[in-house]
Design a protein around this ligand. Structure first.
Ligand SMILES: [Mg+2]
Length: 278
């Protein structure tokens, strides 16, 4: 086997270009479609371009996400969805096959752990796994603190400080994790964006090279930071939580900033159609 292969052999120019696409603030806001998002996804499907919806929301299963997108007029398969709950469950199954977990979280996370051979327990778990949701109680936090002090490893599906809702912000997974970290003096390991664990796993599953992967998101601290760290092309949309003025506060920048996904052409970005004349 040759020890060295020229770039042209390793990365043929015909290699596919693909997309990792955040949902909240990119595809929809709350229960409203962001205009043009449906057209962009239809373009991806029409050109058979590989893509994942990449979300730090661990509440929903893949099937739930497909159903939500269908209500908004976007028809995709479960195989197009990659959640931080899935990334976390696969990561744990790899670290410790057939382990046990105490879970602060909802259906998407419980389901992903079960699918990856994990048992959900109330006593002496290998891991305390935290996702977001509205069912957390102080009693659960207390139980989790004692488990971590007793030796259970603390895992966060993500560290997003809050989640946007129609009525305003609510505390996110990161806020719950901060409470556990403060109480125990232990730091959680986080798997969701911007962690390379999730962002690399999604790229590899699509069969893409890093240089042919585009991350589209509305959050600098997760979507764009993760994309920059992994060497992906990064596109910030201003249809979510970030405004153009916010960019000055960051030491890194996306490759492209657009008002919304409606300004983008999947075919052009993938290099299979020439850019508009002008
Ligand atoms: Mg978002």
């Amino acid at each position: 086997m040759p020890a060295y292969a020229p770039d042209s052999v390793v990365f043929p120019s015909t290699a596919p270009h693909g997309f990792l696409i955040d949902m909240d603030g990119v595809i929809y806001r709350g229960s409203e479609l962001i205009p043009g998002a449906d057209r962009f996804i239809a373009d991806l499907l029409a050109h058979d371009l590989p893509f994942f919806f990449l979300t730090n929301n661990s509440q929903r299963t893949r099937r739930d996400v497909v159903a939500k997108l269908r209500r908004l007029g976007i028809e995709v398969e479960e195989s197009h969805i990659f959640t931080c709950a899935m990334a976390t469950a696969r990561f744990l199954a790899d670290q410790k096959p057939s382990g046990t977990a105490y879970v602060i979280g909802e259906g998407g996370l419980l389901n992903a752990l079960h699918e990856n051979g994990y048992a959900i327990v109330d006593h002496d778990p290998d891991y305390v796994v935290v996702g977001e949701g509205r069912t957390v109680t102080f009693e659960m936090v207390e139980t989790a603190v004692r488990m971590v002090m007793g030796g259970a490893k603390l895992i966060a599906t993500n560290l997003d400080p809050n989640c946007p809702t129609q009525a305003g912000l609510r505390p996110g997974c990161g806020a719950i994790v901060a409470m556990l970290e403060t109480a125990t003096g232990r730091r959680a390991f986080s798997v969701g964006k911007p962690s390379a664990v999730m962002m690399r796993a999604a790229r590899k599953e699509l069969g893409l090279d890093a240089s042919r992967t585009t991350m589209i998101g509305d959050t600098m601290e997760t979507d764009i930071l993760g994309g920059v760290q992994l060497g992906y092309r990064t596109i910030l949309v201003l249809s979510g939580g970030t405004s153009r003025e916010d960019l000055a506060a960051f030491a890194y920048r996306p490759d492209l900033v657009v008002a919304s996904i409606a300004e983008l052409s999947a075919a052009e970005l993938a290099g299979i159609a020439s850019s508009k004349a002008g």
